[in-house]
Design a binder for this molecule. Sequence first.
Ligand code: UD1
Length: 420
Amino acid sequence: MGAFIIHGGKPLMGSALISSSKNAILPILSACLLTAEECLIRQIPGLDDVSDMCELISNLGANVKVNGRSRKITVSAQSLTAHTAGYELVSKLRASFLVTGPLLARVGTAKVALPGGCPIGSRPVDLHLKGFEAMGAIIENGHGFIEARCPDKKLHGATIYLDFPSVGATENLLTAAVLAEGRTIIENAASEPEIVDLASFLVKMGAKISGAGTDTITIDGVDKVNGTEHTIMPDRIEAGTFMTAAALTGGDITLKNVVPEHLKPVTAKLRESGMEIIEGNDTIRVKGERRPLALDIKTHPFPGFPTDMQAQLSAYTCFAEGTSVIVETIFENRFMHVNELRRMGAQIRVDGRTAIIEGMETLQGAQVRATDLRAGAALIIAGLAATGTTEVLDIHHIDRGYEFIENKLQRLGADIRRIS
Ligand code: UD1
């Protein structure tokens, strides 16, 4: 399973290249199923989630060629030979559910295992299903699977209001609507940058989409889409994680391949806590000027503070001067890092969706467990700033979403190594 051994107390210094976004590439790989022609995806991040999505789409009949050296993937879904995503992959990779939209659009049927329990909450898929139904699909649920069928030849356009701006539901419905008959309007859509990246890929394929990045997306269905090439956007959560680590360790780092605009909520909070952040065109410099000041943080859909940075900022505020209050509004069970941080001496009280954190001068290194991807990142940040040695267990969660994290941190001067 592996662990990271971290000897804390070294400031991060130097520069690092941010990888492409995990959350952008997963829906884009799935959208390749919409066409029989070849799609070329560039700047792929080497992540376990990406390998799992490649395995899933090749199980469905796509020919997937990964060239790790030149960081490219080609997907050629000439004919789809299956329409089922089984539980083994879906339970590992919740984003597997994103093949439902492209499968329904292309072959009129999709059978996908129910995602099941997820460590950060129940994460239902009701909004995805309501949207497919509005577009004419019939949904059946049984034996652990959701089966969606399109009784008419094609899905038809519809106006769909999402009760919550779900990222996954917006992506699934957007890809389904590309080949539907007529116009689809998604209201209260998610506006995350990853949705914009997906829409720009679909538009290059020949889809007719407007409004991506706002709360109303309009899609005019087309008969077919073509193959295309695309470079994946930078990973704003990886960048935010490194920014937080540098600020907390009193470091001075420059991150390359970032979109500072995507990082505004994180930049604002780090500045509020007393750090200096200098934004370039596609770079960001973070100077850890002082012990952080306490923060109040509430997670929101984009452009609000991202839930995927909540655990990292929780770790950060454990070292702050004063009391911080962190409210998680997106997922109901996203404080699992708290128990692990307490093992390092953190003073945190959780009341429902609120964590109250009494900042300490320092935490002590301890053996801790990564309970999910971002919780794991939070523990690395805490370990880098703590006194003594921290051992982070279950790092397979971290490998799902951070590419070569220990190598990148080592190059910035961190004392971190992987043991198996
Ligand atoms: C995506 C991201 C994840 C991020 C999350 C929120 C990917 C692969 N993952 O996850 O990293 O934390 O957005 O920014 O891009 N919900 C429903 N019904 C639904 C769908 C969602 O109630 O049909 C609820 C969920 O339970 C959750 C909230 O909506 O409480 C947000 O979920 P959603 O935006 O869909 O997140 P994901 O797409 O799963």
